[in-house]
Design a protein around this ligand. Structure first.
Ligand code: NDP
Length: 333
């Protein structure tokens, strides 16, 4: 059946400006790293994308290597876009990235001009698009001059294959240089995509948020620490359908008795706020106005809806709540 988007889709979502750019992103965006590749359930993938858009999520985040197999999340998203969302292309912000291993030989990864230009061309074919809205360099490359990487990103904007560019996984010093280079080139970096959650504060220690100086927006990935900050592991077991079962990106050995105890303590704080643990984890990130968008991943429409409802149940954190959260997280080893 033909898909028609909900007419109410812009009524409840909050939109935040990406740094000093003119682009506004939804406070929550949908990431397609897991659960959207060729091996995932096609109808569930399609339903999640439609539900997200129906609830005001205009931004969908991909990368060349998302799958499995690598490339297949872009292929599937491209097919869903063509079949369901094509009339809404101008309401969508679609991002992709290059930098991690994608094909054999010396040009299949990292940050050379050769890799970035070829990879974006491949992504556009898989997505069935003429341009992406945001193109990220996915990780810093110690062996390519940053000048070359920045020039390649800039070139792709001038070619019209990307409207905006961003960086991801850079440390503060390199991020600042990349931002300067891209500004000088007249194609500013508008977003820095970073791993940030209640449990993973490494970007605070690196000063990465401060380094953006309100000029560049911050997009957070793995906001639930890959599902740890949800109800999934509160009972102490690892459900068959969970990321820890795969034991790949989230290791089974992380689900220890001590960690389960701490997650339950966090859940108590969340319950007192009238939120689920995942909702509190999302609200905790959005408390900082420098965060442009939180990239949520989901396995099902119900997980997605629970996460979007974080906006409905959100309230400012009290001093006591902050202190309680920091005290619990401080005991995480
Ligand atoms: P999360 O930390 O939000 O983890 C998502 C996973 O958590 C889901 O797949 C699901 O796992 C579980 N989950 C989500 N919501 C709920 C819920 N309400 N209840 C129970 N479980 C829930 O984010 P991701 O690690 O998936 O990252 C999000 C996005 O960030 C990616 O899709 C990608 O776009 C981007 N990203 C970028 C990176 C980069 O290097 N730039 C790196 C990593 C991600 P399950 O049910 O399977 O346990």
């Amino acid at each position: 059946m033909k898909y028609t988007a909900q007419t109410t889709r812009y009524e409840t979502m909050e939109y935040r400006r990406a740094g000093e750019s003119g682009l506004r992103l939804p406070a929550l965006s949908l990431g397609l790293w897991h659960n959207f590749g060729r091996e995932a359930d096609e109808r569930a993938a399609s339903s999640m994308i439609e539900t997200a858009f129906d609830r005001g999520i205009t931004h969908f985040d991909l990368a060349n290597n998302y799958g499995p197999p690598p490339g297949s999340a872009e292929e599937r998203f491209g097919a869903i876009l063509k079949d369901r969302l094509a009339p809404y292309r101008d309401e969508l912000v679609i991002s992709t990235k290059a930098g991690y291993l994608m094909w054999d030989g010396p040009y299949g990864e990292w940050g050379s001009r050769k890799h970035l230009v070829a990879s974006l061309d491949q992504s556009l074919k898989r997505l069935g698009l003429e341009y992406v809205d945001i193109f990220y360099h996915h990780r810093p490359d110690p062996n390519t001059p940053l000048e070359e990487t920045a020039a390649a990103l800039s070139h792709l904007v001038r070619q019209g294959k990307a409207l905006y560019v961003g960086i991801s996984n850079y440390k503060a010093t390199d991020a600042k240089r990349a931002i300067e280079l891209l500004t000088e080139a007249g194609t500013p970096c508008i977003l820095n995509q970073v791993r940030y959650s209640l449990l993973d504060r490494s970007i605070e220690a690196d000063g990465l948020l401060d380094a953006m100086n309100n000029r560049v927006g911050t997009v957070c990935f793995s906001p639930l620490a890959q599902g740890l900050l949800s109800s999934t592991y509160l009972g102490g077991s690892i459900p068959q359908e969970s990321r820890a079962t795969e034991d790949r990106f989230l290791k089974r050995k992380t689900i220890t008795e001590e960690h389960v105890q701490l997650l339950n303590e966090l859940d108590e704080v969340a319950q007192e706020r009238g939120q689920s643990l995942s909702q509190m984890a999302i609200s905790w990130l959005l408390r900082d106005e420098r965060i442009t968008s939180v990239l949520i991943g989901a396995r099902s429409v119900s997980q997605l809806n629970e996460n979007i409802d974080a906006l409905k149940t959100n309230a400012p954190f009290t001093e006591e709540e902050r202190a309680a959260i920091d005290g619990i997280v401080g005991r995480w080893r």
